[in-house]
Design a protein around this ligand. Structure first.
Ligand code: AMP
Ligand code: GLY
Length: 418
């Protein structure tokens, strides 16, 4: 199988790495990729936001399967464009990607499917903001209704801060979604969906805030681990039955079946699992931990998903242990991130690249906010965590920062579900 991966993050590096170990893959390409991916796959330039450019590349390269990593090309219709050219594509149509691209659409689908989620109210007129804020909080949850790379959300006990965040979004012309606060540990459950059949992967947890102890602003994700030693038995089956399957059915019933990875972001509240958000693609950085544990060959699995053949796929096989991912971010991230710094130690095993590029003199330099994802695995979560941080210590990027507490509360047994 000739497999083309679209994207340039550590998630795509993790996908490419897993595909490179799959004997069924005879050729592997990634566009646009990064300095780390380039050592495993042919690299091509492409404007990921242009569906016909993605489809043209798939045709020219004679891809048998295209895997679209990020949400931006999916929401723009890259998967539709690739499928229109007769090539199998792992990734939902633009219509089904609205489950991530529009929070209002996601709420509508969830209401129709009877799926538990936070109560929400859209505000698009600043004159109505104060009255709406009085219906919520404390704690206030203020979101950008559109795509915001994980950075459009403010969760705060400070009404003035909630109001200020909403005004910034409204001033930029973005409708704002106010939500009730969902209290409880968060879980990311990734499910392969081929239109009808749902196959869950291992549950994971990510760390959205920039600083230790969940301090500071939200980011695209600063670390993750899988599986979750504290998860109640039966959690995955319950979420598939009550949340993911009904949503897949609802989308299929609307004539826009979901094909690809449906990511359920959940809070395990006292009233049971509730949806914080859906994403229409693999999560980053959870994928880097989840795929480190997957033993089933990835290409056949994603091809089966892309072609409606998941029901006939053998059960997934996983390594027994745990995996932990720690993100190394550039100075300034999640604000303006410094780039162009030389990175050393980034070619080690378990170091996945995100914002990197190879300079003309051969040096690997930073080229983005989240620069590297370092993955450790081990027989237990503490061992995986130690390995991840051992590897982090061997990487050097001037001015960089990372969280030192990824998976720490889980290791200490401090997470409990009410
Ligand atoms: P989102 O962009 O919707 O993924 O939100 C980013 C992060 O904000 C989530 O991972 C949660 O940590 C937090 N968050 C979002 N919505 C809620 C909510 N209704 N209740 C509690 N936390 C939330
Ligand atoms: N891990 C959060 C995301 O991928 O959106």
């Amino acid at each position: 199988m000739r497999v083309l991966v679209i994207g340039s993050g550590a998630r795509e590096h993790a996908l490419v790495l897993a595909l490179s170990h799959d004997p069924a893959v005879i050729a592997l390409a990634c566009a646009p990729g990064n300095a780390g991916i380039a050592s495993l796959a042919e690299s091509y330039g492409v404007d990921v936001g242009d569906p016909s450019a993605v489809a043209d590349l798939a045709v020219e390269w004679r891809a048998d399967l295209v895997i679209v990593g990020p949400e931006v090309p999916l929401v723009a219709g890259a998967a539709d464009a690739v499928r229109d050219r007769g090539i199998a594509c792992f990734g939902p149509s633009a219509a089904a990607s609205r489950i991530e691209g529009s929070k209002a659409f996601a709420k509508d689908v969830m209401a129709a499917a009877g799926v538990p989620t936070a109560h929400g109210e859209i505000v698009d007129n600043p004159a109505r903001l104060d009255a709406a804020l009085r219906n919520f909080g404390p704690t206030w949850v203020v979101k950008d209704d559109g795509l915001a790379a994980g950075k459009g959300v403010a969760v705060t006990d400070d009404l003035a801060a909630a109001r200020a965040h909403a005004m910034t979004l409204l001033d930029a012309g973005h409708p704002v979604l106010l939500e009730t606060f969902l209290d409880g540990p968060e879980v990311s459950l990734f499910c392969l969906v081929d239109g009808t059949t749902v196959v869950p992967l291992l549950p994971a947890q990510d760390f959205k805030r920039v600083g230790d102890g969940d301090a500071g602003p939200n980011t695209g994700g600063m670390g993750a681990y899988a599986p979750l030693p504290w998860a109640p038995p039966g959690l995955v089956d319950e979420v598939v039955a009550k949340i993911v399957h009904p949503v897949a059915q609802e989308l299929a019933g609307r004539g826009t079946p979901f094909t690809g990875l449906l990511y359920a972001g959940l809070a395990l509240t006292a009233a049971g699992p509730q949806v914080i958000e859906f994403n229409c693609r693999f999560g980053d950085p959870e994928t880097q931990a989840v795929l480190a544990l997957l033993r089933s060959p990835l290409a056949a699995l994603l091809h089966a998903t892309a072609t409606g053949a998941l029901a006939a796929h053998p059960p997934l096989e996983w390594s027994e242990g745990s995996a932990v991912t720690v993100v190394i971010a550039a100075e300034g991230y999640p604000g303006y991130a410094r780039s162009g710094d030389v990175i050393t130690g980034s070619e080690a095993d378990g170091v996945l690249h995100a914002g990197t590029r190879r300079r003309e003199d051969g040096a690997i330099v930073s080229a983005g906010g989240r620069v590297l994802s370092v993955v450790g695995s081990g027989a237990s979560l503490p061992e995986a965590r130690e390995e991840a941080y051992r590897k982090v210590a061997a990487v050097h990027l001037p001015g960089s920062h990372h969280r030192t507490d990824i998976a720490l509360r889980a290791v200490r047994g401090e997470i409990s579900v009410v």
